[in-house]
Design a protein around this ligand. Structure first.
Ligand code: SIN
Length: 305
């Protein structure tokens, strides 16, 4: 029987009693979807699944974004991407620097990310302790923790999110060897605008949807004022009290929802300390933001109906 145990920290719960190599029952899917809203991050320990099962589980939450270049996708299941620092025959087999530094996946798109699903194949261990943790920040709590004046000021305001901000940050501050985006690449990913506060589709509560990885400007303010407010928001949302640290174990399957969280993969391991995750990135659909979404997903046993 499925059992969901909160971590007791700022977010996160551990889900046991399910075998994800087989399809989740409708009622277990319903419990999982509700827990995902409530806890933001769910760990399913000791799962033994192949890439096809990972894809099928992920598809219960929505369509999968197949964004990674072909060389970094699973050879048989192209919806599954490989995040890894492993080099085989002189060639990287996965994307080595994904998700390092705080961000929310795909906030730079009109259609934003919904759920990330990661399966731990290799976890680096040093002196008996797992490294390469992933940090999360709770944006339900960060919204609630804003002083009333800030809530009032920012209600109805919007922020511009730009893919290039994260890309350049990786190049300039994280030693990434990725080349600067060409004008053509930038034109393919123009900046987009989202409300600073969003009603979360799983909880119906307001979240702060403005992350340091991609948000560049509060549009209803002067540039100087926007810079000041963004700086304040980024500091506010990353206070220790909102942060949850996930320490990986091999065969962990971790899912998190993007709308109410930020995340940051910590690159504290060396080239010979191997980390490998299989990932499916699930996108939102317009239905996610329609009234009654959760009730319909629960009834159908899937967010895709
Ligand atoms: C990601 O941002 O999708 C990767 C997170 C991780 O590797 O821990």
């Amino acid at each position: 029987m499925i059992s969901i145990t909160p971590t007791g920290k700022s977010m996160g719960a551990i889900v046991t009693g399910v075998d994800l190599s087989k399809p989740l029952s409708t009622s277990d899917f319903a419990k999982t979807l509700k827990a995902l809203g409530e806890y933001g991050v769910l760990r399913f320990p000791e799962q033994h699944i192949d890439a096809a099962a990972l894809r099928d589980f992920s598809l219960r939450f929505g369509p999968i974004q197949v964004g990674m270049s072909e060389g970094f996708r699973h050879p048989d299941v192209h919806e599954v991407g490989i995040l890894s620092n492993v080099i085989e025959n002189g060639k990287p087999i996965g994307l080595a620097d994904a998700g390092q530094d705080w961000h929310t996946d795909m906030s730079y798109r009109e259609t934003v990310g919904f759920v990330n699903v990661l399966y731990a194949v290799k976890v680096p261990v040093r002196d008996g302790k797992a490294i390469g943790d992933t940090l999360f920040a709770n944006m339900h709590a960060a919204y609630e923790g804003l002083v009333p004046e800030w809530k009032t000021l920012l209600t109805g305001m919007t922020a511009t999110h730009d893919f290039n901000k994260f890309w350049d940050n990786m190049r300039m501050n994280h030693g990434s060897s990725r080349p600067a985006l060409t004008p053509e690449q930038r034109a393919k990913r123009p900046p987009v605008v989202h409300p600073v506060f969003i009603t979360h589709p799983l909880t119906g509560r307001t979240v702060l949807y403005c992350n340091p990885g991609y948000a560049i400007r509060i549009n209803e303010m002067s540039e100087a004022e926007s810079d000041k407010v963004l700086d304040m928001l980024f500091k506010h949302q990353l206070q220790d009290k909102y942060i949850y640290r996930h320490s990986w174990q091999v065969n962990d399957l971790l899912i998190w929802e993007h709308i109410g969280t930020l995340h940051n993969a910590i690159p504290d391991y060396g080239p010979n300390e191997h980390r490998m995750m299989l990932r499916c990135q699930v996108m939102t659909t317009p239905q996610v933001f329609e009234a009654g979404f959760v009730a319909r997903a629960v009834e159908h046993g899937s967010a895709m109906h």
